[in-house]
Each structure stands twice: as C-alpha cells, then as structure tokens.
Write a protein that binds this ligand. Structure first.
Ligand SMILES: [Zn+2]
Length: 136
C-alpha cells in the first residue's frame, strides 16, 4: 500500500533525527489509509537509545485519546538508525506488535546524510518494503 508524506512532515522527521543523533529518534505517524497527516515526535525511552528505540507510552496513550473522535488514527511508527541502514533490524522484527502499522526507518551517516524507507509487517514474519510518496 505504501505511505504518503508531505514535504513538511519529511522535514520534521529529518530535523528530529538530526537533533537526536547519535541516539535513535522516534515518532508516531497519524493519518488515514496510507496518507500521513501529522507527525508526532516522541521521546525515546529505551535503556540504550543509541541502539534501540521505545516510544514513550504516555505520548501514545494521550494521542490515542485525542484521536478517539477523529477520522485519523495512528497508522505508523518512525525511528532512525544512526550510522545504520534504512532497513529493519532483527530487533525491529521482534518488536512487531501492531501488524497494521507502517514502519518508516531513517538511516543516517553521521548527523547529516539521511535516507528514508518504509516497510509493512508481513502476516507471518518479517517486513516488506513499500513506497513512500511525497505530497506537496
Ligand atoms: Zn530499528
């Protein structure tokens, strides 16, 4: 199905990733269907945030409350791999809980170079890469 992101949302993910470097940055993607309408950056509360990410659950809970009467919902999760690849790690595969979430992963080379890919968890195991469309 893929995902579509606005230029502003891409810019926000980029600046958040840079400001978290060398730690992993994370965010929740809010929207409808495959269209992201809002990026909500979140605190990474993992014990070792340079290698892992864990989204602050209080942010997710308050966001879900806020979205209760909206057409939009949380449709995806974003995190970065500082000096890593723009592909899910083994640990990411173990963390798939929400099968309907799209995973957007940013790879950085230092705090500058930035590449973004999107993946959908598969029914049995692993991820499948999907396209990212940029909307104006
Ligand atoms: Zn990861």
């Amino acid at each position: 199905m893929g995902i579509s992101l606005s230029t502003d949302d891409l810019q926000l993910l980029k600046s958040h990733t840079k400001s978290c470097y060398p730690e992993e940055a994370c965010a929740l993607l809010v929207g409808k269907g495959s269209k992201v309408n809002r990026v909500v950056v979140a605190k990474n509360i993992a014990d070792d945030p340079r290698s892992f990410f864990e989204i602050d659950p209080t942010i997710r809970i308050s966001l879900e409350k806020e979205l209760r009467d909206c057409e939009d919902s949380i449709i995806g999760v974003f995190h970065s791999h500082p000096d890593g690849r723009d592909h899910p790690s083994e640990r990411d595969e173990e963390m798939i809980i929400e099968r309907n979430f799209v995973w957007v992963i940013a790879a950085t080379n230092g705090s500058t170079y930035f590449e973004l890919s999107a993946f959908e968890p598969q029914a049995n195991k692993g991820f499948k890469e999907v396209s990212i469309t940029r909307k104006i």
